[in-house]
Design a protein around this ligand. Structure first.
Ligand code: GLY
Ligand code: MN
Ligand code: MN
Length: 466
């Protein structure tokens, strides 16, 4: 039995209005983003495809997550849609799958064009099977079709030259600078993920398994309405903390060990990416304090410097310098700091980048070809750009004791004058320390920190409540 259409729309609106996810600007920033894209690509039709479910086996699909570009422009989380923008005429249309009763029986209803216009704030909405006709009506005056691969296939027109690279570039250029509406969503992802991290600190105990701690984090996010994570949670006890993208999450956490947890949830596709490292029993040992203090100092010093104009790779260089100094003070590294950084000795303990962009992808767009700079450092980092207001980036230095590096005969030979390997090996059981916050670069002053999880030693000990 179908309910009247109007009441479904009202239900959907009530749902949208009551959830904190949608409490204001969030559903209204999409039209402005579509206009920005149209302004950048005024000489062609723009056609984007949404994602489709990927089969896992037989009649079961993997959990569907909308393509990031499509989420960026529409906020639509349903699969099987298209978006058409006609910049000259200022028209835009959303295309939705025409579902049948089989779909309704097994998967439920999805919004049709009438509901979609209201729900998503698009002027026009049609079924996908109307796309060829609507496209034909809009061809007049255009020679170019800015389309992604799937959309170009669907349009199947020989009259328009497909310009996929220009579309990619325009989207990358836009996506890297977050609008206030996007920042609201990122703030929300940061708040809820931060709350979940605090809950992990409060409830973690020696003897728990990593997956039980993962469950605390993920349950908190789910309870708050964030159903998707930005990436697989890394929950690493002791030595596992030295595996940068550890994912087994099945070891038991022992008394005296560190727990490193790197986890973040998505709000309307916008991800948080937060790491904290804290003692299983809630009290730092002196060794833990020493290593943690080095990383914390590097992280705070980099956040303070994350301002417009600074090149991300220079910030990374700065973090390596602070970490090299810190490890020198602990007697693990020796020699001139500049030599430790340039010669690569510090990279035995800090083998990843300081920062990456964050947004609809956890490792987000790099900002388009125009923003890409030559890397001024010898460190092979992916993100090299001048920071601008509206960028959201992570700040995530770390120090790790990685057996594969510390016991590598060639590396030992190469760095024997710079590293006290005997001393470093004594820290192998400590694993690693990473501290990761998400920050939004502001026009003036230091960035806005979207992460609010304790990171000072005294704050962590208080939050652990053992
Ligand atoms: N969570 C992956 C990263 O920090 O880049
Ligand atoms: Mn990160
Ligand atoms: Mn992370």
């Amino acid at each position: 039995m179908g309910r009247p259409l109007e009441s479904k729309v009202l239900d959907a609106r009530r749902y949208l209005a009551q959830g904190f996810l949608y409490n204001g600007a969030e559903m209204t920033h999409y039209p402005a983003i579509r206009k920005s894209l149209a302004r950048r690509l005024p000489d062609g039709l723009i056609l984007l495809s949404g994602g489709n479910p990927v089969p896992r086996n037989h009649d079961v699909d993997f959990v569907f997550r909308q393509k990031s570009d499509f989420l960026y422009l529409t906020g639509v989380e349903e699969p099987g849609c298209f978006l058409l923008i006609d910049p000259k005429r200022g028209r835009e249309a959303l295309f939705l799958p025409r579902i049948d009763n089989h779909h309704r029986v097994w998967l439920g209803d999805v919004p049709g064009p009438r509901e979609a216009r209201k729900l998503y704030g698009v002027a026009e909405a049609h079924y996908c099977d109307e796309l060829p006709r609507v496209l034909k009506d809009n061809l007049g005056g255009y020679r170019k079709l800015y389309a992604d691969g799937d959309a170009a296939k669907r349009a199947a027109t020989k009259k328009l030259k497909v310009a996929a690279a220009e579309l990619r570039d325009a989207l990358d250029e836009l996506r890297i600078c977050k609008t206030p509406g996007e920042l609201d969503l990122m703030r929300r992802a940061g708040e809820i993920s931060s709350k979940a991290h605090k809950e992990v600190m409060r409830r973690t105990r020696p003897g728990m398994y990593e997956y039980q701690i993962q469950a605390i984090f993920e349950a908190e996010c789910l309870k708050a309405g964030l159903k998707h994570l930005g990436y697989p949670s890394i929950v690493a006890a002791g030595r596992n903390g030295a595996v940068l993208h550890y994912h087994a999450n099945n070891a038991q956490l022992k008394n005296g060990e560190f727990l490193l947890i790197d986890a973040g949830a998505e709000c309307k596709g916008y991800s948080a990416d937060i790491t904290r490292t804290f003692p299983a029993n809630g009290k730092f040992t002196q060794r833990q304090r020493d290593i943690y203090g080095v990383v914390l100092h590097a992280q705070k010093s980099c956040i303070e410097r994350a301002r417009p104009g600074i090149i991300s790779a220079d910030l990374h260089l700065h973090s390596m310098t602070v970490i090299a100094e810190g490890l020198k003070n602990l007697g693990i590294l020796k020699g001139e700091t500049s030599g430790l950084v340039e010669g690569g000795a510090v990279r035995l303990f800090y083998p990843h980048g300081l920062t990456h962009t964050l947004g609809l992808d956890v490792h987000d767009t790099l900002g388009g070809r125009k923003r890409r700079l030559p890397n001024p450092t010898k460190v092979p980092v992916r993100f090299v750009a001048r920071l601008e207001p509206g960028f959201v980036v992570t700040m995530e230095p770390g120090v790790y004791f990685i057996e594969a590096l510390l016991k590598d005969p060639e590396l030992r030979r190469k760095h024997r004058g710079s590293v006290d390997f005997e001393k470093a090996e004594k820290f192998l059981d400590l694993g690693g320390v990473r501290i990761e916050d998400d920050v939004a670069v502001q026009r003036k002053g230091p960035p806005l920190n979207l992460t609010s999880v304790p990171k000072e030693i005294a704050e962590i000990e208080a939050a652990c409540e053992r």
